[in-house]
Design a protein around this ligand. Structure first.
Ligand code: SF4
Ligand code: SF4
Length: 447
């Protein structure tokens, strides 16, 4: 199913050692329900929610346990029914004291009263976006941007295309692949709800051509659905990047410092679309997701987990480590290109966590950084057209002004430059740190 729909730059982390998808791509999803969950208040991009339950409270499944704060705020819901054990800080991937509500599961799955809108083709159009917000839906492909905010079309703006990202170009992850095989109808329902919300006539489900079974399943599910098409894409990393998808699907380039809506497009992950369908059709909030657990575990799996499940419980559900604990190296939340190392196996998973990959100690060794040899491979690999080796010198010099002038804020932290660099230059993490620094300075300036 070869095709030439792709973008400039990118890399091919395709040989099995790097791609790592085969242990789980053929494994059907199974449900996993842990004895306790720690549901974090800051799972989305935006201010963390405010807990509204106390230790000792009994909560129902889907009950609001965190109230939204600010424009980007989202409610947080109980992902199990049971007793609230604790309201307080837990270790997350990037915060040693992330506010969370810990609930002991009573395994009764007693739902709070739900308010479904009904069929996505006939439900009241003006209630779709409020339902998406009330369900606490954020991007499930990694960035965790509140979904209802993507639908906030300003005066003079319009959207003519909604793209569903089914590329799943990251290594190791197969959760979106399984979702497309197992819940293809729900994904199309979510897309149709999103299209109706903004009166959009074109919906495109974009899938890399290394997943022919998903392309077939989604094509079947899209048949007879108004304005919905499936588009196979060339397999190349980062094909699922927002700007890359827009370019490939519509031929439009998102200018620097602009957003997809500025070129009349909204991009959603396929998991986000399925969550939208659950919210509209059944009134259900986002309390669970499929996550891929793979690498050095005995039974690599795709699990439908409750939000707030801890890494250690997921590893135990997958048979434990496939080697002695002392030989286990890093445990990464996400794929090899964009994942973050978990500081502890106690870390709970958030709405956007699509995978847990366990590496052995040998695979975890950081290669020594050596001087840049000016080979230019990072320049060829950058899908945004940046000059990574130069940006790295600016980062080393702490020169925020020069880095900004050279468009470091456009870097999507895809990792392609680091992956390709023969000198093992620490590029991507240096760019992320510099971007965070520039954003913090800008915030200070505004404050
Ligand atoms: S790929 Fe690495 S060695 Fe080559 S130019 Fe870029 S930073 Fe330098
Ligand atoms: S500079 Fe940023 S966008 Fe470009 S390849 Fe590196 S990480 Fe990706």
């Amino acid at each position: 199913m070869a095709n030439n729909r792709t973008f400039r730059g990118g890399v091919h982390p395709l040989h099995e050692a790097h791609e790592g998808k085969s242990p789980t791509s053929g494994v059907a999803t199974r449900d996993f329900n842990a004895k306790a969950v720690s549901i974090m208040m800051g799972m989305h991009l935006g201010a963390p929610s405010t807990p509204c339950v106390q230790p000792g409270d009994h909560v129902k499944l889907g009950q609001v346990i965190g109230e939204p704060v600010g424009f980007l705020g989202l409610p947080v819901h109980a992902s199990v029914s049971g007793e609230v054990l604790e309201v307080g800080p837990v270790q997350s991937v990037n915060n040693p004291a992330a506010m969370a509500v810990t609930i002991k599961n009573d395994f009764k799955d007693e739902w709070v009263e739900l308010h479904p809108l009904g069929d996505v083709e006939t439900c009241p159009v003006d209630q779709i976006v409020p339902a998406i917000k009330a369900a606490g839906i954020c991007g499930m492909g990694g960035a965790a941007f509140p979904t209802h905010v993507k639908f906030a079309v300003k005066e003079g703006q319009y959207c003519d295309t909604i793209i569903l990202n089914g590329a799943e170009c990251e290594t190791h992850l197969t959760c979106d692949h399984r979702l497309m095989l197992e819940k293809s109808g729900r994904i199309v329902d979510g897309l149709r709800a999103a299209m109706r919300a903004l009166n959009v006539k074109r919906g495109v489900i974009a899938i890399e051509d290394n997943k022919p079974d998903a392309i077939e399943a989604m094509t079947k599910a899209a048949q007879g659905r108004n304005g919905v098409e499936v588009m196979p894409l060339q397999t190349k990393y980062p094909q699922g990047g927002e700007k890359q998808l827009i370019q490939v699907v519509t031929g439009r380039e998102v200018p620097t410092k602009k957003l997809p809506l500025d070129v009349h497009v909204i991009v959603l992950n396929v998991g986000t679309a399925a969550a939208i369908a659950d919210a509209v059709i059944e009134g259900k909030p986002l309390i669970s997701r499929i996550t891929t657990i793979t690498g050095r575990v005995k039974k690599p799996s795709n699990l439908r987990i409750r939000v707030g499940t801890r890494v250690e419980d997921l590893i135990a559900e997958c048979g434990g480590f496939s080697m002695d604990r002392e030989h286990v190296g890093k445990i990464v939340l996400g794929g090899a290109m964009t994942g973050f190392p978990a500081p502890s196996t106690r870390v709970p998973l958030a709405k956007a966590n699509n995978g847990v990959v366990v590496y052995c100690a040998r695979e975890s060794v950081e290669l020594e950084e050596t001087p840049c040899i000016r080979c230019g491979r990072c320049v060829d690999a950058c899908p945004i057209g940046l000059v990574p080796f130069k940006l790295k010198f600016m980062c080393e010099a702490g020169d925020m002004q020069a880095a900004s002038a050279n468009n470091i804020m456009d870097c999507v932290v895809c990792g392609s430059c680091s992956y390709i660099c023969p000198a093992h230059r620490v590029l991507t993490s240096a760019f992320k740190a510099m971007k965070d620094q520039i954003a913090a300075e800008a915030k200070k300036g505004k404050g």
